[in-house]
Design a protein around this ligand. Structure first.
Ligand code: NAP
Length: 250
């Protein structure tokens, strides 16, 4: 039996106000980690704190825009001071700015790369020193099935999510000797605000392509993240775990 106790771990989950990030934040906390979940607004951060209080777990919400380098540094310092060094980083915050390539504007490209990819470089850098010192740590990057298959209308998003996979593998090679693991999860289509925005006929078409016949839930992703954060996954690094209901198979 895999022991998924995260007692004594300090976890930072970006974009934990809703959807997949909220499920990951709550699941890690319910398994013993002290968690900090971030939201882009003060009210979102306060709501995370309240949610965690309601669950009777340890942790809080903090405000963070992951594209703001100074705010990211301040946030990581505040967590270290309040709780101790971060031992689990889940890079979950992400956005879409979909458009056909011919119509895609520079800012649609740049916003997505800044939020989904450059921020992960920066957040990882901020947590890595204490992990190297401790000779342990976990970084889990939330990529996407689209980063593997590509998707019309999502050149920016697919590039950011594919970029994460290359970053994951390279960092895993650099840090393996320090017993730090870096892995990615590639969710398929998961019920959240992000997919709620899709028209109903498109959702039904997608369901038809999923072997399990349904969209995934945030908890489907949270359970995989819990496993990757746990001792049971100590020998897994540089991997991309697809959680897509059999939508795409290698
Ligand atoms: P969501 O419901 O739209 O939530 C997005 C989260 O990211 C929110 O907590 C949001 O915070 C946060 N966020 C957005 N911009 C941010 C910024 N600049 N700085 C910090 N936080 C920011 O998304 P989701 O569906 O749960 O997706 C979570 C992750 O999974 C994303 O990386 C997404 O690309 C990936 N993913 C999702 C699916 C899917 O089908 N849903 C599939 C594959 C991959 P606020 O609430 O404060 O705005």
């Amino acid at each position: 039996m895999n022991d998924q106790t995260l007692n004594g771990q300090i976890a930072l989950i970006t974009g934990a106000s809703r959807g997949i990030g909220a499920a990951i934040c709550d699941t890690l906390a319910l398994h013993g980690a002290t968690v900090v979940g971030t939201a882009t607004s003060e009210s979102g951060a306060a709501a995370i704190t309240e949610r965690l209080k309601g669950l009777g777990v340890t942790g809080c919400g903090m405000q963070l825009d992951v594209t703001d380098a100074e705010a990211a540094s301040t946030c990581v310092s505040a967590i270290s001071e309040q709780f101790g060094p971060i031992s689990i980083l889940v890079n979950n915050a992400g956005i879409t700015r979909d458009n056909l390539f011919m119509r895609m504007k520079d800012d649609e490209w740049e916003d997505v790369i800044a939020t989904n990819l450059s921020s992960v470089f920066r957040m990882s850098k901020l947590v890595i020193k204490p992990m190297v010192k401790a000779r342990s740590g976990r970084i889990i990057n939330i990529s996407s099935v689209v980063g593997i298959t590509g998707n019309a209308g999502q050149v920016n998003y697919a590039a950011s999510k594919a970029g994460l996979l290359g970053m994951t593998r390279s960092l895993a090679r650099e840090l393996g000797s320090r017993s730090i693991t870096i892995n990615a999860i590639a969710p398929g289509f998961i019920e959240s605000d992000m997919t709620d925005a899709l028209p109903e006929d498109q959702k039904n078409k997608i369901k038809g392509e999923i072997s399990l016949g349904r969209l995934g839930t945030p908890d489907d992703i949270a359970q995989t993240c819990l496993f990757l954060a746990s001792d049971g996954a100590a020998y897994i690094t540089g991997q991309t775990i697809s959680v897509n209901g059999g939508m795409v198979m290698p």
